[in-house]
Design a protein around this ligand. Structure first.
Ligand code: SF4
Length: 694
């Protein structure tokens, strides 16, 4: 037991869990962190927090943390603890050998949405300026990459349109494929306050989430659609709005491409997109869908919030574009109270995308094919940048199996646990000559690594995270890195071991480089963030103190672009062997695969994943409350305790994925979004049966 004592000093920093980006005062006694207190001056949270940010920081001192670098020649050998110099030299030798024998394109990196903007920027720079290719990808690939594509196509940039304050001006709110109460709790409280004041709520979700009916809040409409039919529902909403003359044609004429609108209107008018035509497919009563469309179109300021229940589908990008269509159709863009708002999962998923983590985009979402943009970085970095997009994570793994991709640096991401098709990930990793894992704990991916570089927690470094409202928040060092180096320093050491000459002495210098190369960050500096508390990009000469609401006078791409959203059924089909549809989500007290939350001492984290099943489906299978059941799909199987509940509809089951022994990703499929390869985690045909266990 550590005697923590009375706090005597404080450091203001930012929570490293979800995309709300709550500000905290870390209160210390000497070097000992005593407690985390929500900061009243935090613009995203105004003094509020959830249980994770407040209490789940003990993993920083957990005994399983790896603090010394380790290497091994082969992955079946035990690890050897070595000095930083030896580990970095070993890694550099292996990477150089691969480059000589197999060429530049045999190497790549994966950035982390848990790390700071500055760390992410350096990792993609390692690929582009040192490996000299665009083989960089990010864990956003498996969550919000369809947001990047969909909002980029329709509005011209990959970001939510509003700040969180905006919800206080909304009259009608759509929440689609998101469960803010559990996944974004501090923002959920602000939304609930507005709902209690009288705003109307439309929930589009297969599951009866807390917002549908809780003591203080009740949704006007709950469209409990069948998993996998998002596009059909969104297009039917547009059908009602267009055919009933509810579209805001003045807004569309002024702000959007009119010819594209006419083509879109003709498309959605087709009777096959009517609520009646899709009722059997989606399971949503036509009258309810019509009523919801009218509520949204006639309800005043309309805002749409969505989550991974939209993006993690084979038509994730199409649904994002459908949502953007709905906002433009009803004139709900460019002022407070409206807009399209992806609820980002990880603390810095927005930032990792902004910083050029994707293989086709340099920082600021500018395509690598653009010679002017390449020129900016080429002049600064003194290298020639490859004009061809690099490999996505899944392509890197395919190429590894084929023998053409041989070396990977993964920062802060357990691809073996979090990416789809675990066997394929393992095969790809096993085929490589050099896997470098840079992380806090020996994760599953590290089983295939040759070099382990210890990572630092958010408490041990300076830098910035960008939250779901494009707000760049300051992360301040609370304690010295237990492993000796912050993550940005480790990447710099690795780059220099490979012959680079990087000389950053503080993350503020990295942000200065981002500002010098990226127009939407041109005005951003640590000094500005310190002065304002936080700042929302775009921040430049035109918006020197940032931009709370985007697309006010015009879209980033000029005219808003309506996109045709044809529904295509997923290849994942139910049938006699697998008659139920599994969908997944999170609970308040856990975070993703639980690597951090499970490594804190609080008993509240020690829950388990359960399988929610409707009473009819349970009775048909002889399943009783709390029974251990076998959940099987075409991909694999696992066992879970059954929770019988009408939160899910008949034919649908639901689970979380926080505990490694559950391994929900063993049962999910390898289907993915057509545009971005984001995995289709939210639709899996399954069978559920009692086991013989207790
Ligand atoms: Fe952290 Fe998100 Fe909870 Fe805020 S709402 S304390 S950012 S986990």
């Amino acid at each position: 037991v550590i005697e923590l004592g009375v706090p005597v000093r404080e450091v203001i920093t930012t929570c490293a869990y979800c995309g709300v980006g709550c500000s905290f005062k870390a209160e210390l006694n000497g070097d000992q962190l005593v407690r985390m207190v929500p900061h009243k001056g935090g613009k995203a949270n105004r003094g509020h927090s959830c249980v994770k940010g407040r209490f789940a920081w003990g993993y920083a001192n957990h005994r399983e943390r790896i603090l010394n670098p380790m290497i091994r020649d082969r992955v079946d050998e035990p690890w050897r603890e070595v000095s930083w110099d030896e580990a970095l030299g070993f890694a550099a030798d292996r990477l150089e050998r691969i480059r000589k024998e197999h060429g530049n394109k045999a190497l790549g990196v994966i950035t982390s949405s848990r790390c700071t903007n500055e760390e992410t920027y350096l990792v993609q720079k390692l690929a582009r300026a040192v490996f000299e290719n665009n083989n960089t990808d990010t864990c956003a690939r498996v969550c919000h990459s369809p947001t990047g594509y969909g909002l980029g196509q329709t509005f011209g940039t990959s970001a939510g349109t509003q700040d969180f304050d905006s919800v206080e001006h909304s009259d009608v709110i759509i929440v689609m494929g998101a469960n803010p109460t559990d996944a974004h709790p501090v923002f959920a409280s602000r939304m609930k306050k507005r709902l209690r004041e009288g705003a109307k709520l439309i929930v589009i979700d297969p599951r009866r989430i807390d917002l549908v009916k809780s003591p203080n809040v009740r949704a006007e409409h709950h469209l409990a659609l069948r998993p996998g039919t998002n596009v059909a529902v969104v297009t039917a909403l547009a059908h009602v709005i267009v055919t009933e003359g509810l579209a805001d044609e003045d807004f569309i004429r002024e702000r959007c491409d009119w010819d594209e609108y006419l083509a879109y209107a003709e498309f959605v008018r087709d009777p096959r997109h009517s609520p009646e035509a899709i009722e059997d497919l989606t399971g949503v009563p036509a009258a309810e869908l019509r009523a919801a469309a009218r509520t949204f179109a006639k309800g005043g300021n309309g805002a749409i919030y969505y989550g991974l229940g939209v993006t993690e589908h084979s038509q994730g990008s199409t649904t994002v574009m459908g949502i953007a269509n709905l906002a433009m159709l009803t004139g709900n863009i460019g002022r407070e109270g409206v807009g399209v708002n992806p609820l980002r999962g990880q603390n810095n998923v927005q930032g990792s995308c902004d910083m050029g983590s994707f293989p086709h985009e340099l920082p600021g979402y500018r395509h690598v094919k653009n010679p002017e943009v390449r020129g900016i970085f080429e002049r600064l970095w003194g290298v020639e940048i490859d004009p061809e997009p690099g490999l996505r994570i899944n392509n890197m793994l395919d190429a590894a199996v084929d023998g053409t991709f041989r070396g990977l640096y993964v920062q802060g991401e357990d691809i073996l646990q979090s990416d789809p098709d675990t066997q394929h990930v393992a095969a790809g990793l096993a085929a490589m000559d050099c896997v470098i894992v840079h992380d806090l704990f020996l994760n599953e991916t590290a089983n295939y690594a040759h070099v382990f570089l210890p990572g630092s927690t958010f408490l041990e470094k300076d830098g910035t995270f960008t939250n779901a409202e494009r707000r760049i928040n300051m992360v301040r060092k609370v304690m010295a890195p237990r492993n000796g180096y912050a993550d940005w320093e480790v990447t710099q050491l690795l780059a220099n071991a490979l012959g680079a000459n990087w000389t950053y002495t503080h993350p503020s210098e990295i942000m200065d480089e981002v500002a010098a190369t990226t127009p939407s960050f041109a005005g951003v500096s640590f000094d500005l963030i310190d002065r304002l508390g936080s700042v929302q990009w775009p921040c430049n000469e035109e918006h020197p103190e940032g931009t709370p609401t985007m697309h006010v006078d015009g879209f980033m791409r000029g005219k808003g672009r309506f996109m045709i959203t044809e529904y295509l059924a997923t290849d994942e089909k139910t049938g006699p062997r697998f008659p139920l549809l599994l969908t997944t989500g999170r609970i308040l007290s856990q975070y993703n695969v639980g690597a951090q939350t499970r490594r804190t001492d609080n008993m509240v984290w020690h829950d388990q994943d359960v399988l929610e099943i409707h009473p009819h489906d349970a009775e048909n299978r002889g399943i009783r409350q709390g029974d251990l059941v076998r959940l099987a799909s075409r991909s694999g199987e696992t066992t879970l305790r059954a929770e019988i509940t009408d939160r899910v509809s008949p034919g649908v089951v639901y689970t979380t994925f926080h505990h490694p022994d559950t391994q929900a990703n063993v049962v999910t499929t390898d289907f993915s979004d057509w545009a971005t390869n984001c995995p289709e985690y939210k639709v899996t045909a399954v069978q559920v049966a009692p086991t013989n266990g207790p």
